[in-house]
Design a protein around this ligand. Sequence first.
Ligand code: SF4
Length: 478
Amino acid sequence: MYLRTKKMPFDSFNEECGVIGIISPETYSIANTAYYGLFALQHRGQESCGIAVGNGKRIEYYKDMGLVPEVFNSARLETLPEGNIAIGHVRYSTTGASKLCNAQPIYFIGKMGKMALAHNGNLINTKQLRDALIAENGVFQTSIDSEVMALLINKYSTNSVVEGVLEACKYFKGSYSFVLMSSDKLIAVRDPYGIRPLCFGTIGDKYVVASETCALDALGATFVRDVEPGEVLVFDGSGIEFYHIDKPVEKKAHCIFEYVYFARPDSEIDGISVYASRKESGRILARKYPVEADLVAGVPDSAVVAARGYSEVSGIPYGEALTKNRYVGRTFIQPEQGMRETAVKVKMNVLRSNVCGKRIILIDDSIVRGTTSKKIVQMLRDAGAKEVHLRISSPISKHPCYFGIDTNDYSQLVGAFRTEEEIRDYIGCDSLHYLTIDELCETVHSDQKNFCLGCFNGEYPYIVEDKKEKEDKSLLDK
Ligand code: SF4
């Protein structure tokens, strides 16, 4: 018996969304630039994607469920007009169901004309804002926070879109890095805590805004800098105007999990190399939690760099213990409970000849439910591994995330109510160690004050008053 699912079916955190924006003084086939930028951001969302193109008179868009190359082929891209502004989005649903009406960019016609918006993040006061807008006769076609953002921006756009953005942002609570296009402007906004990443660069006389630098690299753009927390950049084709959201916060709260897992290793976020931080996490694990073994391996793909760091410091050879099927994606048919074993094995298989008779140190970036880790450990033992020592390049995930990550609730986090030893016992490995919060901060050469560490210590940048809001939203999707 099989169930078709739109969610990634495995036991891991899931990426949130990725955004791209381009503005050019000249009109050209700008959708192609957006396409390649989105392609580089595919890891941030695999459920749906879309591109909107503007040419001063009209905005046209196309969005659909699926990966970027599934949704856009050259014939599809040619249906979008030439233009001088484009935005794009890849989505993994955190609020609102995974369905076409919730795909982005959001297109709307407001006081300032035709607009489109693409958002990475999650507002925690969506319900309150939506209820207030509905009370003022606002109507909604989707259940996502991004549409609420669009309506609120429109509400306050009395004299200009920029005015609307600056005023609306005072009411947004949560994480948001978004791009907004009007007939003649591209606007890039990052929330006051800088929870989700956003950066910009140039390609000749064009400006490009992207969730990660890897998209700028893919487009051959020159990195200029990260968008600062609370900053609003307004590009009009000839230059940039800089504004700040009038909502002071005490500290930054960049999501530290971007470095651990979400971002691509070739990206740099807020001046920190994702690759370097992952390598350092492995080095620290080796120094702090050594064990005698024959082979160090990483769970592909995100823990491979940390495994190399562990090997470098420990002197224990690095090798592959597992291979990953790269084609397991959104349309994978997930087996029901009795066939879960199959699901893991289809995604991941053991390199028997590399592990048989050996003591293995396996590095992973995080443990969510623990069921996958348990199965991987058993698969390694079945393949003849003598010992399996698990090292995790982040602290125990004890709390849900409300800022754009599809984390399970407390009951589904194996670390929520268990000690390290109890988790080890459940997973069945010979030893288990996690990084501490301080050690994780060492990997990004910072103390705790610049980062959100909410999923480890329960301290979020905002007080999350309505932790049931996710359930409320799910009702809207029924
Ligand atoms: S709670 Fe965790 S995953 Fe969510 S923003 Fe904070 S550090 Fe990132």
